[in-house]
Design a protein around this ligand. Sequence first.
Ligand SMILES: [Zn+2]
Length: 277
Amino acid sequence: MSSLPSPKLNTEDLDALITANHILHYNKVLDAYGHISLRHPEKHDVFIMSGDRAPALVSSQSDLIEYNISDSSPVDPSSKKGYQERFIHSEIYKCFPEVNSVIHSHSEAVLPYTMSGVAMKPTFHIAGFLGTHVPIYDIVPLYSEDDQQDMLVNSQKFGASLASTFSTSASASSTPNHNVVLMANHGFTALGTSIKQAVYRAVYTHVNASVQTNAITLRNAAIGAGVSVEGELRFLNEEQVAGSLKMNDASQDRPWGLWVEQVETCRMYEHTRSHDR
Ligand SMILES: [Zn+2]
């Protein structure tokens, strides 16, 4: 088992990581699957995430494992079993030094946009961080003949390819051009410079997908019923996503405060803080 917390590591960061696991479950971004990680605040070549268990059940720092960003191997070789898809996290941290938190989700609301040919678009100001284009990563062309085609990003090769989808430049870039990437027939991955920012983006990616689906359904139902419909479906334009992105970052404390209160008052989430022990 990993020996956490590490020297110099602020235990508040680990508590925030545990709380974020609960928030993401509460908001239906994660169920039994999916995960969130944090780059180690002191050791930038290490990241931290839960071992192999449902995010809602992560309850103490002993549930967390440190991994080397270089190859996703556990810092402590005797660590308990981890998530197979931790390469999503290690390869993104490797590509983008400013990224400090990564979330991977199989959100039910988002999944239709990974396999229907309908592009996800920013429907409202709270989702400005999506930008005007949300790319889709497809693992299938990367498969070799002998690969088990289970869609999991469970190798450095698959993780590096996913990480490169966050950048629009052909050469390796240290700054991501996208905050969210959809994954064909699988889900999505979101990143941020902090846990709070990554959680905001993951929750509102999920919400945006629901809003967009409702708008499309409403419009088609109205047309089918002979109700007059004006204009086309309207999404945020380039200028509006740029303005909204600044607002999103400036206002993320408000939903975070709400979500912390929700999970701390919900009996299903246990959280043993270091000072409680
Ligand atoms: Zn997955």
